[in-house]
Design a protein around this ligand. Structure first.
Ligand SMILES: [Zn+2]
Length: 253
């Protein structure tokens, strides 16, 4: 059974090449997100000959105000990959003017993605999911993954109705709020992420080869599954469904 990690910051690891080789060895399908278009090339280069890793093009909300000029670069690079992230909004202790700038950037990025159609987005929505949902709208044509969802439960239903996925990580499985959120997500919409190096297990930064730890923790929470193996199968099927389009494109750029 193959594993996946839909949100991992390969470029922020101290030895990205080494980690990339390990991902290949372990055969963990990995979406390597980036935080701004100017650093996309690095990840693209490190992953260009890799079967299991794809570089995603992003502009992180906490850098969006400062780097809004990179929107042009984002538009230039968009045809290089099907995977988009990390993008989104963050309204945790942000000034109103910063948040307004973030919204402008995010609106623009979403409209660029919508024009292209078949993109897979991994989205940050801390204290901002309501606006994220409003900007995406009802008819966004790509696939959406809400990464590390932490906002009030009442917004989850809209995301579920629209067919969005949720990527679950280790800290979510450790927190009371995270567990409540995971409980509200239908099994067929759950994906796995590490969000390394921003998450740790006993002081060790999460990398894709540690996905089994997340699956074991998820198994102890989701009692619907008779075995860990059946949970793994469901989660893997979810990943396959994520990649599917009407013309069924495999895991490739
Ligand atoms: Zn992240």
């Amino acid at each position: 059974m193959r594993y996946h990690d839909t949100h991992f910051h390969l470029d922020l690891m101290s030895e990205p090449e080494k980690v990339a080789n390990e991902i290949e060895r372990q055969q963990v399908y990995t979406i390597a997100v980036t935080n701004s278009p100017s650093v996309f090339f690095f990840t693209e280069r490190v992953t260009s000959n890799k079967k299991f890793i794809r570089a995603a093009l992003g502009l992180h909300p906490e850098l969006a105000a400062e780097r809004h000029k990179e929107i042009a670069k984002f538009s230039e690079l968009i045809d290089k990959t099907r995977y988009i992230g990390e993008i989104g909004l963050d309204n945790n202790n942000k000034s109103p003017s910063d948040y307004q700038k973030q919204k402008k950037v995010f609106e623009k990025l979403i409209s660029v993605c919508a024009d292209k159609g078949d993109k897979i987005l991994t989205i940050h929505s801390r204290r901002a999911v309501k606006d994220v949902l409003a900007i995406l709208g009802d008819e966004f044509p790509g696939k959406v993954i809400l990464h590390w969802y932490s906002d009030p439960l009442r917004h989850i239903d809209v995301a579920i109705d629209r067919g969005y996925y949720f990527s679950i990580n280790y800290p979510m499985l450790q927190s009371k709020n995270g567990k409540k959120i995971i409980d509200s997500i239908p099994l067929e919409r759950i994906l796995i992420e590490t969000d390394g190096p921003f998450t740790k297990n006993e002081n060790q930064e999460f990398v894709p080869s540690m996905v089994p730890i997340i699956l074991e923790n998820l198994f102890s929470l989701k009692r619907e599954f008779k075995s860990l193996d059946s949970l793994k199968k469901t989660i893997h099927r979810n990943f396959e469904n994520l990649l599917k389009t009407t013309y069924n494109r495999p895991f490739k750029n």
